[in-house]
Design a protein. Sequence first.
Length: 159
Amino acid sequence: MRWAERIGACVLALLVTACGDPGTGPVDVKWDRVTCERCRMVLSDRHHAAQIRLREPDGGSRTHPFDDLGCALIWLQDKPAGDDPTTEIWVNDWRTGDWIDARTAFYVLGQVTPMEYGLGAQPDPAPGTLTFEQARARILEREHHHDLHGGQPDDIRSD
């Protein structure tokens, strides 16, 4: 292969790679078009959505969109990759809308979220914030006791 052909092949490979899924991290969301993997609600809230990236058997990965961190964590608990450290979980920063790592984020209470789990993620700790594990335990507890997807008790926001 001649030098010019090699450069052309490299440029083409870079362009194809740049346009595809990077294989790690969150992906761009088609807001108001894509639906939540769990509840099938359209993702509209750019400050409380989540994504989970699971590794595929072929070595690739696939992202799954969620309208609320609660939907994401409830959906993930039944998956074999739920405890896999290579499973990536991303949430929007409730203040900026930027994607942040859900496992290292801190969670504030009292947010109005699509499925009423009420947690907003942020990258920095603050008084009264929860860790990821505390947020997950709270979501699973609320789902178990209140059956949020089956009904909305009057005291849902009384935290």
